[in-house]
Write a new protein. Structure first.
Length: 685
């Protein structure tokens, strides 16, 4: 990664013009280190040359070539800055909120470095002190312009140019340490210690004092729950703040910012950085007496809440914090591998678990996840209704999977309960059945992966749901899972291993592409219409990101164009429709996406058998009445002791948090926010 991202400038070159400009400037300064050595040598010996390569024409040519390249690069930067001036473009400019004045000073400094370099080298050509007789074309051109001044004047220009060159360089280095251009030195370090292959595969677990927080042993009075103060950031978090280049690429790709919301990932990092620098004297003070002697502005800065509205003087406004969709575009775009999501999620965790402050819309969702195992509170018994009327039986696991089941089909909450998503679920099941794939589902035993709770910051509920699912999967002996929901896919594949749940997980587009490649599925219905292929954010963050497009060329008449790296498809891109050669139900016609289905032109998919008993979408109608109690299965009875032990642990931690006036979703705990909700006591009984 150091080779590709730092030396190869891989992420920067995704944007052609600014990428090329930065590439030229970066490599220009790498090569021009030779000229700095020459300038210092000339202070002591006017005929100084670098040993071995000091008179080589190729060295002189390379130095001049990259000097000119740096001038071209900063010229491009100047044009980009002028065209994207936030005073004119406002929010549309990726530089909105950045320190643009410092950026212009840096461009001026770089120009002076190159100008003084060529000036004294041109004078050396005329004085006879230049070490390169051939190849240094730019220096020789400047020397041609200076020749009419005569030998005496060129001697003076040479001396003044060398001194000016070194003065500008030393001044530039001092300025860099107090500006965003500190990334020159910190970016390689930040890239080296960033998560691999990237920071998108899964959220980091909660840590306290550098160790993963164990909810069974957690002490709210001693352990750190999320990021509640700037000093709660990890050393990598602090490094992130100091590395930010203020380029605004994250801001330009953020869907929240693009839709007028207050969140700018760049400004979150900058606000945290400014607060950390302002609070640093307070944190470094050795005692309470020393802190009392600090200036009033420093003490006031130390008292600011990390998250709070303008009236409270908060560093990060709650509206900013809760506007994040956790899509990961900021992390993917950042050229220096800042992991914005870790900071945002850390602050959310503290707000939810300790401050009980979160949007009112999340209250019912979190309560339903705890009590019913899905965001809408529809309950487990309805999770198998999507399979009614398919024309073939979908096996439901009750106990060990056995050797006949090749894949467990993880349906997910939306795929099992939401009417539009049910169509995709039925289509995937039809395709798997037609291809002869032996699969089964958990049915009522399946519950939410906990991803919504984790993204909201409720790590406690996520941990509870994840451990329950891991126990269910391990009890069934499941090792291979196919998931259609990208959120479920990401959680099981990338986050469950943190809790001991290691499985082979594939997205349904991966499996369908493999079946097409093996000849077990053969799309035959041409696509005569243009549709948009939506590559979900949580799928593009994984190895499954290209599976949809891999299968597309097999569809007759499909004119295919890949979607962009940020997950959005270009205008006019298409998404294929597929049908097997072998007899299969009409529901087997599906797009290679988890979000919609398509049928052949002019033919609407017909339903077989009786329609589903439920035609109510959980997103548009009130939740149904509570289902009748079902008799526990032997497998469920076997898991009962483990569930009871977890509930005792949860109750202990809940009481500890409630006693310190913390979490508002604990029975009897005082709520600090009108948006907090009361947790159901039945979860602790």
């Amino acid at each position: 990664m150091q080779l590709t991202e730092v030396l190869g400038q891989r992420k920067l070159l995704r944007w052609s013009a600014p990428g090329v400009a930065h590439f030229l400037t970066f490599w220009g300064f790498i090569i021009l280190v030779l000229t700095i050595i020459e300038a210092y040598g000339d202070l002591f010996d006017v005929t100084f040359a670098i040993p071995l390569i000091g008179h080589w024409a190729v060295t002189g040519f390379a130095e001049d070539l990259f000097a000119v390249a740096v001038l071209a690069g900063i010229g491009m930067f100047a044009v980009i800055r002028l065209r994207g001036d936030p005073r004119r473009a406002g929010r549309a400019s990726r530089f909105a909120g950045s320190h643009t004045g410092a950026a212009w000073l840096v461009l001026a400094g770089i120009f002076l470095v190159i100008a003084t370099l060529l000036l004294y080298r041109g004078a050396q050509v005329n004085t006879g002190d230049f070490p390169y007789p051939h190849g240094a074309f730019a220096s020789q051109a400047v020397g041609h312009w200076l020749r009419p001044l005569g030998r005496g004047a060129n001697d003076g220009v040479e001396t003044a140019g060398i001194l000016a060159q070194l003065a500008v360089l030393l001044g530039f280095l001092v300025f860099v340490t107090y500006s965003k251009h500190l990334h020159i030195f910190l970016a390689p370090v930040n890239v080296l210690f960033s998560r691999r292959p990237d920071g998108l595969r899964g959220l980091e677990p909660m840590r306290s004092d550098g160790k993963v927080l164990d909810f069974e042993e957690a002490d709210p009075d001693a352990d750190v729950f999320g990021i509640g103060k700037i000093e709660d950031l990890s050393w990598k978090g602090m490094l992130d703040l100091a590395t930010c280049t203020e380029c605004g690429r994250c801001q330009s790709q953020c869907p929240a910012w693009a839709t007028g919301k207050p969140l700018s990932p760049k400004m979150v990092i900058l606000d945290l950085r400014d607060h950390a620098l302002a609070k640093a004297p307070y944190l470094l003070a050795g005692s309470g007496e020393a802190r009392g002697q600090l200036p009033e502005p420093v003490r006031k800065e130390a008292e600011r809440p990390l998250v709070g509205d303008a009236a409270a003087g908060g560093v990060i406004d709650p509206d900013v914090l809760w506007s994040c969709t956790s899509c990961g575009a900021c992390v993917e775009e950042c050229p220096v591998d800042i992991e914005h999501l870790d900071h945002i999620t850390g602050m959310r965790r503290h707000q939810v678990l300790i401050e009980s402050a979160f949007p009112a819309e999340a209250a019912s969702m979190l309560r339903n996840l705890e009590n019913k195992g899905d965001p809408w509170g529809m309950g487990g018994p309805r999770r198998a209704e999507w399979a009614e009327g398919l024309g073939f039986e979908v096996p439901v696991l009750d106990g060990a999977a056995g050797g006949e089941v090749e894949y467990l089909f993880w349906v997910g909450c939306a795929g099992a309960l939401e009417d539009r998503a049910k169509k995709t679920t039925r289509a995937i099941a039809g395709l798997l059945h037609a291809a002869g794939v032996k699969f089964a589902v958990l049915g009522p035993a399946e519950t939410c992966t906990g991803d919504p709770a984790r993204r909201m910051g409720n790590e406690f509920v996520y941990s509870m749901l994840a451990q329950q699912n891991i126990a269910t999967l391990n009890g069934a002996g499941v090792r291979k899972i196919v998931a259609s929901c990208p959120h479920c896919f990401n959680a099981i594949a990338n986050e469950y291993p943190q809790l001991g749940g290691d499985y082979e997980v594939v997205h349904h587009t991966q499996l369908l592409a493999r079946l097409v490649a093996e000849g077990r599925l053969a799309p035959v219905t041409p696509v005569a219409e243009k549709v948009t292929y939506h590559d979900p954010c949580f799928r593009r963050c994984t190895a499954a990101r290209s599976a949809g497009s891999a299968a597309a060329p097999a569809v007759p008449g499909c004119g295919w164009k890949n979607g962009s790296a940020s997950g959005s498809a270009p205008s006019g891109s298409t998404r294929p429709s597929a049908r097997t050669r072998t007899p299969s139900p009409p529901a087997a016609r599906t797009a290679w996406s988890c979000s919609a289905t398509l049928s052949a032109p002019g033919k609407a998919p017909a339903r077989r058998g009786k329609p589903s008993k439920s035609s109510t979408s959980p997103s548009s109608s009130p939740a149904p009445s509570a289902p009748p109690a079902r008799r526990p299965t032997p497998a469920r009875q076997a898991r009962a002791p483990a569930r009871a032990a977890r509930r005792l642990t949860q109750a202990r931690l809940a009481r500890a948090l409630a006693e310190r006036g913390g979490i508002g979703w604990i029975p009897g705990a005082p709520s600090r926010s009108a948006t907090a909700y009361s947790r159901s006591p039945s979860r602790f009984s």
